[in-house]
Design a protein around this ligand. Structure first.
Ligand code: ADE
Ligand code: ZN
Length: 350
């Protein structure tokens, strides 16, 4: 193991291929590639406002989070049957497996489906079946996190939690996503308390576009176990100290931050500063079909832009397992696999 830069791009790619990884921040609806979007639109007789896959990709130029969300929610309209949710999830899991992801925690946005008359069970069972197949076929572990849409009311979120009650066994936690500005975490205090009482883990998007105050609220009012994104935390030294002292994980998504203009470019992305501040930051793809890359693409991009060392990459991957909601026995197994893979890579490329 060294603390120097990679000897070559090939050595970096070899490390990414070799290391088993966890992905904890991926919206399953954000993995819907335009090709599958078109296939499902045909299958379900849904009209899309695009003539071709090329036209869809051309529409993926975003000014901010809201300009992305408008297109993202429009894309979800092709998802109607349990098979649609299975197909979308399976396509993601195949790509994640190819990136050597061994554990994935998947966000889903049920309110974007139930509002169109799609049943909660259709959504959860379709996603869950694909996860079961990945476990059977590759031994990949996974878990589902139900996200509340923060631009809707808390009452709507409470009704959503109630509708998911029959599928409680398929969920590991709840999250909070969608338009951040003007929708602070404390708007959802009651529904998060209800979820906590059910033994669900708690996460929330905070500090993506919103201020550090939203991260404080997510911690102190909602009691979350992890912060999704959290990049604006870096503007508040007392918050950084708190995140470090309590090892509160930040699920960071570099290509997403660049695509949504949260950071002007990757060279100024704070993930390296987060590591230097001893934060439990890790790398994720967020909405890979929209932001130009899956997990290893995100790693490769920041290795180049921030001159990360092999040790930095190992720390980011290790943080992913530390931050995950797997049980400690499995965590130890994955960490052992990780150390072995790193040792082997170091012999060949270090
Ligand atoms: N839903 C899907 N992707 C999201 C993001 N990056 N931020 C907030 N909500 C989202
Ligand atoms: Zn997200």
């Amino acid at each position: 193991m060294t603390d120097v830069v990679f000897k070559s791009e090939q050595a970096a790619l070899a490390l990414l291929a070799a290391l088993p990884k966890a992905e904890l921040h991926v919206h399953i609806e954000g993995t819907l590639e335009p090709e599958l979007m078109f296939a499902l639109a045909m299958r379900n007789g849904v009209a899309l406002p695009y003539k071709s896959v090329g036209e869809v990709r051309a529409a993926y130029a975003f000014d901010d989070l809201q300009s992305f969300l408008d297109i993202y929610y429009a894309g979800t309209q092709v998802l109607i049957t349990q098979q649609d949710f299975f197909d979308m999830t399976w396509a993601y899991l195949e790509r994640a497996h190819a990136d050597h992801v061994v554990h994935a925690e998947l966000f889903f946005d049920p309110q974007s489906h139930t509002v169109r008359g799609v049943d909660m069970g259709t959504v959860i069972l379709g996603i869950h079946r694909a996860c079961q197949q990945a476990a059977a076929q590759w031994g990949m572990s996974s878990a589902l996190i139900l996200c509340f849409l923060r631009h809707l009311s808390e009452d709507d979120a409470i009704a959503t939690l109630l509708a998911a009650a029959p599928y409680r066994a398929h969920l590991v936690g709840v999250g909070l996503d969608s338009s951040e500005q003007g929708h602070p975490p404390d708007k959802f205090a009651r529904v998060f308390a209800k979820a906590a009482a059910q033994g669900l883990k708690l996460v929330a998007h905070a500090g993506e576009e919103g201020p550090p105050a939203y991260v404080w609220q997510a911690l102190d009012v909602l009691g979350v176990h992890r912060i999704d994104h959290g990049v604006h935390s870096m503007e508040d030294a007392a918050l950084v100290a708190r995140l470090a002292a309590e090892r509160i994980p930040l699920t960071v998504c570099p290509l997403s931050n660049m695509a949504l203009q949260v950071t002007p470019n990757l060279a100024t992305h704070p993930i390296k500063t987060m590591l230097d501040a001893n934060l439990c930051a890790m790398v994720n793809s967020d909405d890979p079909a929209y932001f130009g890359g899956y997990l290893n693409d995100n790693f490769a991009a920041i290795i180049t832009a921030l001159s990360l060392s092999p040790q930095d990459v190992l720390t980011l991957v290790r943080n992913g397992f530390e931050a995950s909601f797997i049980d400690d026995r499995l965590r130890v197994q994955y960490e052992l696999q990780l150390d072995n893979a790193m040792a082997q890579w170091t012999v060949q490329h270090g």
